[in-house]
Design a protein around this ligand. Sequence first.
Ligand SMILES: *Cc1c(COP(=O)(O)O)cnc(C)c1O
Length: 436
Amino acid sequence: MRADPRRRVPRTDTLLADPELAAASARLGRELVKTAVAQVQQRIRDGALAPADAVPAVLSGLSATASSLRPVLNATGVLVHTNLGRAPLSPAALEAVVAAGATTDVELDLVTGRRGPRGEAAIAALLTAVPAAEAALVVNNCAAALALTATALGGELVIARGELVEIGDGFRIPELLEATGARLREVGTTNRVTLADYRAALSEQTGAVLKVHPSNFVVRGFTRSVPVAELAAGLAGSGVPLVADVGSGLLRPHPVLPDEPDLQTTLADGADLVLASGDKLLGGPQAGLVLGRAELAQRLRRHPLYRAFRVDKTTLAALEATLRGPLPPVQQMLAADVAGLRRRARGLAARLAAAGLDAVAVDSEARVGGGGAPEHPLPSAAVSLPAEFAAPLRAGTPPVVGYLAGDRTLLDLRSLRTEDDEALAAAVLEVAIRCR
Ligand SMILES: *Cc1c(COP(=O)(O)O)cnc(C)c1O
């Protein structure tokens, strides 16, 4: 009889009954483990794996969680990278998410046993952080905040031509606003708008004047826009609300980003409502923040669409913990001094060079990204490796995403949490061994 290698392929039942794989099934679900088992059986059938190694091979083929989303080391130098999930949550926010992910008192008053206001603590944290706001609400993202505002305030929205912004990946704010049924009343030209332009556009139909922060481009040369304070003063007495979409979610002015608008100043300057994202410079979960006058916030909250845009308990928990807890990673990255970044780069490069790699520390430029502080480079430092490292680093465990500069792969350290330096070094060494 011919020796049939398939005879030696361990049976699915036998493998799934292995104590380690049974434990993995309990944790990750039977289907995920079965898929990994099938892949390993195929490798054995192909003669690429010894049958005795089946169990460890299945284990190493399993993802760490039941989700296939994998943690990635962000060495792109872009602090808020939309393709990498924007802001990494702080450990405090992550803990809060885990706790709130179970059943929680998000909408129940435990003292009276009655229904309570949803997300009250996160709202309170926002109002503490931005004292100029009378009220706040939290929706799914800043796009939802814009859609809700446009719908609830209704009528015509007066907006400067130079602020008809495309945020990214085909997301155009004017198209979103029009999709709600609002009419746009464009004022000024691409490069210039004055207070008189806004005032001339006001009518019975005006629902709001909207200012949108040009968060991913700058216009230079013969330009003029109307600052919030001037616009608010010019609209005083008209009864028309001034809504400002500031995008990045800075709570207060930031010394590193002098041109980036913030929630507190924009309200203090006279905006009636400010809108922002939660997962950009605020450093929290994906969310849309709406802060400002109580009467307007109430109109938004009472609108039927609010229910479609509201956030879940884990978002509320992460937001509250971001606001009340220790400085979130994005804020730490923003504040990092370049001397410290250079020290980290030199330390890492020296370790890699000692292992025989062509690695050097170089100065680099990082960016805020994700719609914030366009053209404002942040001085940074990187580990420079040969270009060939880029692709295998992305395919590693954990994947590392850097960027190419000429014939080098740069791993920028400003966008990487300091506590991830060790994992970065290990990932690079692993690639060096694999590709040797
Ligand atoms: C990023 C951005 C948005 C969109 O925010 P999301 O939270 O991604 O929906 C809207 N407006 C401005 C000015 C932005 O910068």
